[in-house]
Write a protein that binds this ligand. Sequence first.
Ligand SMILES: Nc1ncnc2c1ncn2[C@@H]1O[C@H](COP(=O)(O)OP(=O)(O)O)[C@@H](O)[C@H]1O
Ligand SMILES: [Mg+2]
Length: 264
Amino acid sequence: MSSAFELTYPKSQQPSVSSNQTLHPRLLQAPVVLKTSGVTKSYRKGKVEVPVLRGVDIEVVEGEFQAIVGASGSGKSTLLHLLATLDRPDSGEIYFEENRIDNLPAASRDILRNRYIGMIFQFYHLLPELTALENVLMPVMINHGIVSYMLQRRKFRKRAKELLDLVGLSHRLKHRPREMSGGEMQRVAIARSLMANPRLLLADEPTGNLDRSAGDEIMEIIHELNSNYDVTIVMVTHDMSIAARADRTVRLAEGRVESVSFQS
Ligand SMILES: Nc1ncnc2c1ncn2[C@@H]1O[C@H](COP(=O)(O)OP(=O)(O)O)[C@@H](O)[C@H]1O
Ligand SMILES: [Mg+2]
């Protein structure tokens, strides 16, 4: 990975430190980035309430790589959406660096998400008419507005190119999604997710639509982001070999945390 690339942010100052002694030693004194307490969520099917999350407590510390696993339909994506403030729990609380975030007004949640949280998905969600470079620039265009964006355009383009270089796509800057492989599209999505220098990267089955070798390459990039650039990662996955490399693996079953395992 290019070392010219900068992905640093001030370490958070809050005193809350994980008391979990089973985490990897490098994480033992790490502050808590994300915490949920008794989170519930139901969906309504006609007149019937279908409970999906029935009281989920998880904790993520700075620098951690956390995997969330569980059968299809166990609520993994629902939980990730709540963590990303894309949706709100019915009850329970979610904290981001000591600040309660589940009850913020929608506009504040948008700011929080755009500024501090990067996301990648199974199906990339790239805009088909835009080039790789333009897709990566999209978050800053949205965050800054067009006038401010245009004034700082050179700086943003430089960063976007560095990020595309980081994910090994310097030779694809002008390609559109239909001209790229799945693995390449996911690399663009990773670069885009890093554009705002997020504190937290949330990933929902990012290798789920890729063949083994493309998936392995994406996993290498994600692991390097965690180990070389200290990006905190929460990743939903089906793949137990991926989960086996995580610092902590949370298994959901029937809307609750069934088990938590650690790698030390
Ligand atoms: N927007 C929605 N409306 C109604 N039901 C939903 C919605 N999203 C998810 N569900 C249901 O909630 C359950 C959990 O879904 P999901 O969180 O996507 O599971 P997972 O990601 O673990 O496969 C599933 O039974 C699914 O059908
Ligand atoms: Mg899912």
